[in-house]
Write a protein that binds this ligand. Sequence first.
Ligand code: HEM
Length: 444
Amino acid sequence: MSSQKTPKRYGWNTPVTAVGPQGGAMLRNIKNITSDPLTYLESTWFEFGDVVQFPIPKPATYLISSPEGAREVLVNQHNETSKRTLQYNNLSLVTGEGLLTADTQAWRPRRRMLQPAFHKEMIALSAHHIEAGLAKLDANWAELTTEGPAIIDIDHAMMSLALEITCGALFGVDVDDDVDEITSATLTALHGVVARARNPIALPLFFPTPANLKMRRAIRRLDKAVDAILVSRESNKLPDQAPIRDMLDVLLDPDLETPLTKQQIRDEIATFIVAGHETVASALTWAWHLLVTNPNELQKLKQDPSRAQLVFDESLRMYPPAWVITRRTLSDITIDEKLIPANSLVIVSPWLVHRNPKAWENPNEFMPDRFQSGVPQLGYIPFGAGARLCIGKEMARLEGSQILAHIATHWNIEAIHNSPVPIDASVTLRPTAGMPVRISRLLD
Ligand code: HEM
């Protein structure tokens, strides 16, 4: 812990209620904060501990890294917090008021309405779409390896696979020809979201700055994808009384008490495209990174594919795709005995919580077996926690484990170098320059 003296108040009369860096030190670090936020967060946590207040006058801004503190913010104080934060306000430029960004009042009935699309039986149905996606991947990789081993970008492969599965399982459409177009539109739009969050003087989206124009173009491409999904369902409508097939049927259900408007339907489809594929792809990409750099674990997985769930859960611990979760406090709350005043921005970073020795032994070691006795209640939040827990959690875990098991038992995958892979901490964690690996067919 630092023994530096902090002032009693920052500007705007904001009280100082927890230790943290001084304004000068933070300004000197501004380049690192934007270029390598994970390292900055980690060093701030090492220096100041589990509750840190940044020297920001408005809103008062806190970083919470203890397992109990994370639970307090996300679970116990759920009713005292809101999602009206810079992170979510910017994301809603892309997803509108969909389930992920909606604030409590609009969110509650929508969650109730969409939950049936994620019941056990519906999730089991997605196994079929996962198999179909994997069959395509096998065919594609077989072509690439006819002459022998090939080098591919596993990150790109996981993005395409996850998008196909999301669109198949949730909307019943085959996006085959448009995969690259939709994934690149999603990435560009999300990069725009992050760039805005990191730029204190970002102009509203209607100003035609080059960055805004690029983001608007990406949003238009996503809108086109949403329209194509709706057109495809129009020609494939459910007969009356037929059981619900997927999430799109729930969204379009004319018997809803209050049927959704066109805009609300668009926002939910965009939300699920964005929330449902890049996260899974990021998790899988880092799982492959961990496996190829820990060949003994890869070998164990090949011999016993039922270990895939342990591997996926542990990868999510070490590389949680959603590496920050933010909330605004609606009233004064107390976290780890520190007062967090109303209207503060609270940042909970799964990246830090998952490395906290209060919850994890040898946190920097890749040890899938630590999940043998189940997923711990405290200190593990890759999918968030509490009422706003990820609605796609079980679908993602099924997808992740099925894909890892299949690829490990059908293909050889090797690292092509041993250097560290730089991380681009954008909306999710991504390798800065893709993740090239060598693949070859595993002879039976
Ligand atoms: C490994 C993959 C995934 C990760 C790491 C992940 C992570 C998260 C996290 C951390 C949250 C909570 C955010 C918060 O509390 O502010 C969340 C919410 C959400 N996720 Fe996921 N997610 C994943 C996969 C999916 C999938 C597959 C879908 C859809 C099929 C999905 C849809 C959503 C939605 C709609 C929400 C908002 C839920 C609500 O507020 O009611 N996610 N996700």
